[in-house]
Design a protein around this ligand. Structure first.
Ligand SMILES: [Zn+2]
Ligand SMILES: [Zn+2]
Length: 146
């Protein structure tokens, strides 16, 4: 008895091999066959039927994530991910600040100045008062004199 496939098994197998992450249903759809058919074709050809599961890792500790977790495995990892470390421009102390603030400041090109406290902020600009009186610090002349 000749087994009549509705779809070319070779094509079904090729589809599975080129789409390792797709479900059987996804493989089956373009061929207008059932999931069960795909499974049988694959089993007969000794090809893995189950989709390869995408394993995502925690962005901080690199533990595998559960499916309901987005980027981080635990509350502490999430917290860590939202924190950036900066060095105080005044006292040199390493301190933490919310990453949002950190990147926002970088965008505004204020990245060179981070202060662990208002006191340091004040002290720094006090010490460096007259910043612009040093010509070497003015790096964007409006017009080149040539
Ligand atoms: Zn983690
Ligand atoms: Zn400081």
């Amino acid at each position: 008895m000749v087994v009549k496939y509705k779809a070319d098994p070779a094509k079904v197998i090729a589809s599975r091999l080129s789409n390792p992450f797709a479900s059987l249903q996804k493989i089956a759809d373009p061929f207008h066959i059932s999931r069960e058919w795909v499974r049988r074709i694959l089993v007969r050809a000794n090809v893995a039927t189950a989709a390869v599961r995408v394993i995502r890792l925690c962005g901080i500790c690199e533990k595998p994530l559960k499916s309901n977790q987005l980027k981080h495995c635990s509350r502490s990892c999430r917290h860590q991910a939202s924190i950036a470390e900066a060095v105080c421009s005044n006292c040199g102390k390493v301190f933490q600040l919310p990453k949002g603030q950190f990147t926002a400041r970088k965008k505004r090109h204020l990245s060179n100045y981070f202060f662990c406290s208002k006191v340091c902020y004040g002290q720094y600009f006090g010490k460096n008062y007259g910043f612009l009186s040093h010509p070497e610090n003015i790096n964007t002349p409006k017009r080149s004199s040539r």
